[in-house]
Design a protein around this ligand. Structure first.
Ligand SMILES: Nc1ncnc2c1ncn2[C@@H]1O[C@H](COP(=O)(O)OP(=O)(O)OP(=O)(O)O)[C@@H](O)[C@H]1O
Length: 261
């Protein structure tokens, strides 16, 4: 991390111990042991919190830059608040400072035995590297994949689109999946948008967990379908059929694009 970024975050949060977790194009993500108020006993992890900060971009006009960061922080925080309200597994928001582009949130997940965070991706990789083939497709993996599908089903039944569904944006907390990273999220009831969300995850699974991708993707869609069945009174069965039909179109477009290079 550059000195400029260190200074910027230290200026906003003096005396708060911050440990960098990730530096993306859009945001810096830190882990901290400090809760801004009084510790909340309902949070899954005590003494461990996440601070997501969108730093200023020196190549943008400062007023436009501040406005973009503020809008994106508000967008992400609102989306998370709605998820929290609907009971769709995701980090609880602890505090948001729109003008400083900071979201303080619940830390989800734990360390795998190799020290990596228990994202869906890291867990599947861990199994692939350390366990037998049978273990990579055992009942527990099936359950987790189906739960991931159910989670996305709930999201889509509420006309919410993640926008960046990858196996690293799904964190396992005691084998219960939760969604993170809503920087590209949006709201849409269109089957096309939901199909693209599913397609992004399908492609991510194919490229990151290629050996068992067909099995994993099959289970994910089973879970996705089962939630829609549960929501049949709200039109879930019809919505599922429309989204899956669109998913076939999106896959076809993807194949055509890759054939054309
Ligand atoms: N609530 C959380 N609990 C535990 N770890 C988290 C949490 N939020 C983020 N992380 C960790 O930080 C990493 C980066 O977070 P995130 O994906 O939100 O940032 P980003 O991709 O840089 O953001 P953006 O896509 O908005 O630019 C995640 O992959 C995960 O390892």
């Amino acid at each position: 991390m550059t000195d400029r970024l260190v200074k910027e975050i230290e200026g906003h949060l003096p005396h708060i111990p911050l440990e960098i977790v990730s530096q993306g194009a859009e945001a810096l993500v830190f882990q901290t042991s400090t809760h801004p108020y009084i510790d909340d006993p309902y949070l899954k992890n005590q003494k461990k919190y996440i601070v997501k900060f969108r730093p200023s971009k020196p190549y943008r006009h400062p007023i436009i830059d501040a406005s973009i960061n503020k809008t994106r922080t508000i967008g992400e925080a609102k989306f998370m608040t709605k998820l929290n309200k609907l009971g769709i597994n995701s980090p609880s928001i602890i505090s948001v400072d729109y003008s400083k582009a900071i979201i303080w949130m619940e830390f989800l997940g734990s360390e795998l035995t190799n020290g990596d965070i228990s994202s869906f991706k890291n867990w599947l990789w861990y199994l692939e590297r350390n366990e037998s083939e049978a273990k990579c497709v055992d009942e527990q993996v099936e359950q987790v994949c189906k739960k991931v599908g159910e989670l996305i089903g709930k999201l889509h039944m509420n006309d919410m689109i993640h926008g960046d569904l990858t196996s690293s944006n799904i964190i396992l907390q005691d084998f219960e999946p939760a969604l993170i990273d809503f920087g590209l999220s949006s709201y849409s009831g269109l089957a096309e948008d939901k199909a693209v969300d599913l397609y992004v995850l399908e492609r991510a699974i194919l490229s990151t967990h290629s050996v068992f991708s067909d099995t994993y993707n099959g289970w994910l869609l089973e879970g996705y379908g089962s939630i829609h069945k549960q929501y049949s009174k709200q039109g879930g069965t019809k919505k599922y059929a429309e989204t899956i039909k669109k998913l076939e179109d999106v896959r076809l477009r993807g194949r055509k694009r890759s054939m054309l290079g």
